[in-house]
Design a protein around this ligand. Sequence first.
Ligand code: ADP
Ligand code: ZN
Length: 495
Amino acid sequence: MDLHDTLREYWGYDSFRPKQQEIVQSILDGHDVAVVMPTGGGKSLCYQLPAIVSGRLCVVISPLIALMQDQASQLAQLGVSAAVLNSSQDAEERKEVFRKIYRNELKLLYLSPERLAVPSTTEWLTQANPGFFAVDEAHCISEWGHEFRPEYRQLQLLRDHFPDAPIAAFTASATRKVRHDILTQLKLRQPRTFITSFARRNLRYYVRESAKKDKEKLLLRAIRHHKGESIIVYASTIKMVEETTAMLNDRGIPALCYHGKMDTDSRRTNQEQWMNGEADVMVGTLAFGLGINKPDVRCVIHLSLPKSPEQYYQEAGRAGRDSQPADCLLLWSRGDIGILVHFIDQMEDQNNKDAAWQRYHAVKNLVENETCRMRQICEYFGETPKAWDKCGDCDVCAGLPDWLQKDDSKPARSIIYKAELDDSKLGALKAWRRDMARRHRVAPYVILHDRTLAELLLRRPVTMEDLLLIPGIGPQKVRKYGEEILEALFTALES
Ligand code: ADP
Ligand code: ZN
């Protein structure tokens, strides 16, 4: 099977995104690879596809159990055998995974960096003879990054223990320093480096300065505008998270909160409810995010200035991973600047302090300069986009949308897929998907993406063959769910 056939067979996609094919081919040719690709660019496919094609085990190192589990269940839905080894499994579950490994049944095995560091892991992994390693969120290895994870340092062992297996490193965020760190610490050998543009053309960056009292009003308008869709609200302190959640709940909006002081169970419950679409709005501190790969987040709202453009890019970037239009709203006030300055003033280490000042100026420029926001972000990362001058969508390029203007004038419109969609029919399909997801114990987007639901309503397939023409549905999915999908669509269209 050639690469395009595999892409169609398992994912139901017609073409590769930029650089995907080259990356896949490089891995298959046995090269080390370093990939910097923005969130939503399609990194996972870059190592999943070679794992399927090569017939050798791919070991994926990933920072969070929830993330690994999520990927493994998405793969299962595509008909690819994948497993996770983690500490929450009992002995029997773990044995089952090992059985699969030794029978050569697994294509992908997800491991945490902590598990990799356990000496016995190296032993059995050596026997399992993996074809290559994929390191996800590779920037976590660098102290220069904003998401440093000491456990990631263990990955230095990979090269020594498995000198013959290529290593492929992936990250969405990397300044030059961080990139350099990734290459040296993973000991990559003449890696093929792929850096795709930092421009996320489906995101609309809206920056608005607003007095504290107006923030609440704007937040409510944004949430109303995105009614029925997934939203993340970032607040800078735990107190602010709690106040904002309470304010929203008071107004009848079922928002959930997430911060470091909550106990693990409540955090997990809230995260699951939000991931499953039982509640739309999540209000969190920075603690909420790493490893959140819900593809259909339609709006990310910041209630104060972030500490760096890099941090902003990461957090706002959790919107629109499914490549559909999404809004990133940054509400800031002059008071935020005072707070940032206060924190930097208190720093003792002069190097850290200098770096913090640099980040501070960069953030201030980002919100104050009247230059296309998307372009400013690209340039911050050292990229000079040549193919375009302005994004055409941000507040500088296109002005603020109605729902962010000072006076509430026109009513808000919800997002549009090509043509206008019938809300009640889409609602019926979503209800069916929720039900399926519950039965299969996976998140709804694992069954079908929003975009795929919309395409179903627009194209109205009648036969299994028609279904194959819907983006996001491949033969594997048709075999598995084809009849049920058609049935649900007929019911929705009749409703
Ligand atoms: P990343 O890890 O880079 O943030 P993902 O791997 O989660 O991105 O992919 C983001 C979305 O893009 C997923 O829904 C994925 O299925 C989709 N995608 C990836 N590659 C393609 C492609 N070639 N064509 C269409 N959609 C794709
Ligand atoms: Zn712009």
